[in-house]
Design a protein. Structure first.
Length: 104
């Protein structure tokens, strides 16, 4: 499965638009990460536990989006975008979405 942030696939022609596909995941923080985040908030610097958590969540969201595209029989997902939102105090959502297409 090809997936890209560009509106097309280089050297390929889009034969059919199969609609928007979405993958999302809601990830919560755990006590250990919150404790370290609090300490980093005092002294500054990257909070690596959160960085890793969000990278993992992004990968899961992409995987779910691609699975939805495959169910529709798509060859690729173009124009992929990401969005995040806070669901509640200790949880965030990452969503990946794009357009599933059939290639010639």
């Amino acid at each position: 499965m090809i997936f890209t942030t560009t509106p097309d696939v280089p050297n390929r022609e889009i034969a059919e638009n199969m609609g928007v596909v979405v993958g999302n995941v809601v990830q919560s923080k755990h006590v250990g990460r919150d404790l370290m985040a609090g300490l980093k908030g005092l002294i500054g610097g990257e909070i690596k536990g959160y960085t890793e958590m969000l990278a993992d969540a992004r990968d899961i969201a992409i995987e779910r989006m691609v699975m939805e595209a495959q169910k529709r029989g798509a060859d690729a997902v173009v124009n992929i975008r990401f969005t995040t939102s806070a669901i509640m105090a200790n949880a965030s959502e990452i969503m990946a979405y794009g357009t599933a297409v059939k290639l010639k």
